[in-house]
Design a protein around this ligand. Structure first.
Ligand SMILES: NC(=O)c1ccc[n+]([C@@H]2O[C@H](COP(=O)([O-])OP(=O)(O)OC[C@H]3O[C@@H](n4cnc5c(N)ncnc54)[C@H](O)[C@@H]3O)[C@@H](O)[C@H]2O)c1
Length: 427
C-alpha cells in the first residue's frame, strides 16, 4: 500500500510530536514530504530529527511559499502546527488545493475564521481532523463511557476546575500566546481542550455562555503591587533573571536552545521574555458558565499561577455523582521533554450512586503525554484505525464547537453580557 504523504506547516515544539512519530513508529504507513515555516533554523532542526530517526531530510519552504509547496510536492494531507492565529489560512488553502488537513488545537481563534473553515470544508469536501489528544486519555474516555452507560443517569451539571502551574502555566505569558490576537487567550488556546471534553462527555453542545476574567498575577502592574522591584525584558543575558523563579534559561536546555535561541536572529521570536511584562493582553484568572443544548449547566474555572497542574471535575446526575481528579507532570523547566508534557502523576475516578455505596472506577494505565492520550491519538491518526465506539476522532465541527465557548466567553468578558453560540457561527 502506498504511504500517505504529509507536509507539515509550523516546525516548533509541538511539531515534533507528529513528524517524529511518522518518521519512526508509523514509517510503514506514512511519510513526511515537506516542511513549511517562517524560520529556516527550525525547519533545519526538524530535518536533523528526521535524519536522526533514519528518515530522509525533506524539502523546506518559507511561509510565503506554502502554495508552491503544495503544487510541487502534492501531499495527501497537511499537518498544521503553527501559531494559532495562522491555522485558518493554512487549513483553508490546503483544502482548496486538494489536501486533507490535520490541525492542532485550537482549530482557530475567532468565529469569523471558524465560519470560513466550516464553509470551505463544505465546499471542498476534504477531511479536517482536529487533534484533540485529551479525548484519548484513558481517564477522559472512561468518563465518556460511564456517562454513555447511564451510570449517573441524566447529567444536569458539571463543575470543572483546571489548574495550570508556575512552570507550564507561566509559559503562556512569555511569548506569542500572551497576545490575544495570536491565541484568543487561554479561554480559546487552552480551554478549547476542556470545552471539547465537556462537549464529548455530555454528547451535547454549548448554547449560551457567560464569563468573567482578569489578569491578577502575571504582568508588570501585578508584580509591582506585590512589591517586585527588579524587572527585565528577557531571561537570556539578564542578571535580574537569575533571581526570578519564572525565568526560562534556554542555554540550560539543548532543545530550547536549538529551536528558539539559535533561531531568533531570523524572525525575532524571543521565547524567554519576562512573564512580568507590560505587553500581556490575556487573562490568568477565568470563570465561565455555560448552558448546554441538553440543559446541563457547566461552571468552569481556569487559573494559571498555581502550585499544581491538573484538573478536578464533578458531574451531578439523576442517579448519582462522578468525581475525577488528575494531576499531571509538566515539561518546561524540567528538561523540555515534549513527549512527556502533561503525563499523568496521579488519577482517580469515584462514582457515588444516589443510593448505593461509592466505588472507584478502574481506568487502564495511560503512558505518555497529555494524560496518556498522545500515543493513542497518534495510533488513531497514523496507525491502522480500529472501530471506536466512543467516536473520539474530532472534525471541523468539533473544532469549532470547542473554540466557540471560549470565543463567546471572551465576548462576555468584554461586554459583561451572556453570549449565544448560535449568533456566532452557522453550521
Ligand atoms: N494538543 C496539544 O496538547 C498541544 C500542545 C502544545 C502545542 N499545541 C499547539 O501546537 C501549535 C504550535 O505550538 P508550539 O508550542 O509548537 O509553538 P512554537 O512557537 O514552538 O511553534 C510555532 C511554529 O510556528 C511557526 N510560525 C509562526 N508564524 C508562522 C506562519 N505565519 N507560517 C508558518 N509557520 C509559522 C514558528 O516559526 C514556529 O516554528 C499551537 O497551535 C498550539 O496550540 C498543542
Amino acid at each position: 500500500m502506498a504511504k500517505k504523504r504529509y507536509a507539515q506547516v509550523g516546525t516548533g515544539g509541538r511539531a515534533r510530536f507528529f513528524y517524529e512519530a511518522v518518521a519512526s513508529k508509523y514509517n510503514e504507513t506514512s511519510e513526511i514530504v515537506a516542511f513549511c515555516d517562517v524560520n529556516q533554523t527550525r525547519m533545519n532542526f526538524a530535518n536533523s530529527r528526521l535524519e536522526a530517526l533514519g528518515a530522509k531530510a525533506v524539502p523546506t519552504y518559507k511561509h510565503y511559499e506554502f502554495e508552491k509547496m503544495i503544487e510541487e510536492i502534492k501531499p495527501d494531507c497537511v499537518i498544521v502546527t503553527s501559531v494559532d492565529r495562522t491555522h485558518d489560512w493554512y487549513i483553508i488553502k490546503a483544502m482548496e488545493l486538494g489536501c486533507d488537513v490535520i490541525t492542532e488545537k485550537p482549530m482557530t481563534i475567532d468565529e469569523k475564521r471558524a465560519q470560513n473553515i466550516i464553509d470551505t470544508q463544505k465546499r471542498t469536501g476534504r477531511n479536517v481532523r482536529v487533534s484533540f489528544n485529551y479525548r484519548y486519555a484513558p481517564t477522559n474516555t472512561k468518563i465518556r463511557e460511564l456517562i454513555m452507560d447511564g451510570t449517573i443517569g441524566d447529567v444536569y451539571s458539571v463543575h470543572f476546575e483546571w489548574f495550570l502551574n508556575t512552570s507550564h502555566g507561566a509559559d503562556y505569558y512569555r511569548r506569542w500566546h500572551r497576545n490575544k490576537e495570536n491565541s484568543g487567550g487561554l479561554l480559546v488556546h487552552k480551554a478549547t481542550h476542556h470545552f471539547d471534553l465537556v462537549n464529548f462527555w455530555l454528547g451535547s453542545s454549548p448554547e449560551i455562555v457567560y464569563a468573567m476574567g482578569s489578569l491578577n498575577f502575571y504582568g508588570r502592574t501585578n508584580a509591582e503591587r506585590r512589591g517586585v522591584k527588579e524587572f527585565y525584558y528577557r531571561c537570556h543575558g539578564s542578571e535580574a533573571a537569575k533571581n526570578d523563579p519564572f525565568a526560562l534559561d534556554m542555554e540550560a536546555n539543548p532543545t530550547l536552545k536549538a529551536l528558539y535561541l539559535d533561531a531568533e536572529h531570523e524572525d525575532g521570536y524571543i521565547r524567554d521574555k519576562s512573564v512580568f511584562s507590560e505587553e500581556i493582553s490575556i487573562e490568568d484568572t477565568m470563570g465561565v458558565m455555560v448552558r448546554y443544548k441538553n440543559n446541563a449547566i457547566l461552571t468552569y474555572s481556569l487559573n494559571s499561577y498555581l502550585p499544581l497542574e491538573g484538573l478536578r471535575v464533578g458531574f451531578n446526575g439523576s442517579k448519582g455523582r462522578i468525581e475525577m481528579e488528575v494531576f499531571e507532570n509538566s515539561y518546561v523547566n524540567a528538561g523540555g521533554d515534549k513527549s512527556n508534557e502533561g503525563s499523568v502523576r496521579s488519577k482517580k475516578i469515584m462514582v457515588y450512586p444516589m443510593f448505593g455505596p461509592a466505588y472507584e472506577a478502574k481506568v487502564e494505565e495511560g503512558v505518555g503525554g497529555h494524560g496518556g492520550g498522545d500515543p493513542v491519538l497518534l495510533n488513531d491518526i497514523f496507525g491502522v484505525p480500529v472501530e471506536d465506539k466512543f467516536h473520539r476522532a474530532a472534525n471541523q465541527v468539533d473544532g469549532a464547537m470547542s473554540i466557540l465557548t471560549g470565543v463567546a466567553a471572551n465576548k462576555s468578558i468584554a461586554s459583561g453580557m451572556p453570549v449565544k453560540i448560535a449568533d456566532l457561527v452557522k453550521f
